[in-house]
Design a protein around this ligand. Structure first.
Ligand SMILES: [Zn+2]
Length: 294
């Protein structure tokens, strides 16, 4: 039997939502064509098209691109960015037609669909029309954090969210909770989370904490920066956020010091050192060591 090199698209087209993975797309596309994934894949196999069982096998992605008449870029979102795992997550339910469910990888997006002003983390997506601060934070995410390779659920984001959660004023939290229907903890501190993640991955901040200067000057600078994001208030414990940020600073200094003594490129679990101006020197050292005769 001749192996088909090209499959005709199914008759009813299905729009691919940005970042959507093959699993939910295949299921939606099959349903709209009055069938199911299993039957369609069996029929395609019977035509001689080689198809392994692995869900993300390249031939399966290629097959559904053909059946959906999709561009080559479909289903190619990266698995990792800057060493951070890009999670498979629920897509904005308003972006999908007819209340269908969709899952995908969105490395360039935080937890907000700006088109529909919607929080998309967790089971209960919620409207953000009355919580403009979260929309502004999302714009900053896309403008500043996404180009730095920061993704949701990455260690840097989890650290920033923890700092925001322990350091924010309770009154601010209560006031924000009134403005959204499903006030999840991550949503209520999203503006501060994004600001702290931006601070910790900012070149000028990293340069300041990693240069040779007295520890008290660095400590004063870190205090100033944290207070500008999480101001002093009677019902806030911003010192707890400051303690976490300061611990991070000390850990980064240790990593860099060790790399200077031992050689090699400093690696930090938050993937921020790559934005430090001094990072390039370590990469050059490694190249020289790898090619000693050059
Ligand atoms: Zn949307």
């Amino acid at each position: 039997m001749n192996r088909p090199s090209f499959l005709d698209p199914l008759p009813v087209p299905t729009r691919l939502v940005g970042g959507e993975g093959v699993s939910t797309y295949a299921s939606r596309h099959a349903t709209r064509n009055f069938s199911n994934v299993k039957d369609i894949e069996r029929a395609v196999r019977e035509q001689g098209y080689p198809l392994r069982n692995a869900r993300s096998a390249p031939e399966r992605l290629a097959m559904w691109r053909q059946l959906g008449n999709l561009r080559e870029r479909a289903f190619t979102e990266p698995q990792t960015v800057n060493g951070n795992w890009v999670i498979d997550r629920a897509l904005c339910s308003r972006c999908l037609p007819h209340l269908e469910d969709g899952m995908g990888r969105l490395p360039w997006v935080g937890w907000v669909c700006l088109k529909h002003k919607r929080w998309i983390e967790g089971d209960e997506q919620t409207d953000l029309a009355r919580f403009g601060e979260a929309l502004v934070a999302e714009r900053h995410w896309r403008g500043r954090l996404a180009p730095r390779g920061v993704v949701v659920d990455s260690p840097l984001l989890l650290l920033a969210e923890e700092c925001a959660t322990v350091g924010i004023s309770k009154v601010v939290l209560e006031e924000r909770a009134e403005r959204v229907r499903y006030p999840s903890p991550g949503l209520l501190v999203y503006p501060e989370t994004v600001k702290i993640a931006r601070l910790l991955s900012r070149t000028s901040f990293l340069d300041a904490i990693l240069r040779e200067s007295p520890a008290r000057c660095k400590r004063a600078m870190v205090e100033r920066e944290v207070r500008s994001i999480l101001p002093d208030a009677e019902d806030a414990e911003n010192w707890r956020a400051l303690a976490r940020v300061w611990d991070t600073v000390l850990a980064l200094q240790d990593v860099v010091r060790d790399a200077r003594w031992l050689g090699g490129v400093p690696e930090d679990r938050w993937s921020v050192l790559r934005y430090w101006s001094g990072f390039a020197q370590f990469q050059r050292v490694e190249v020289v060591q790898a090619h000693p005769l050059v």
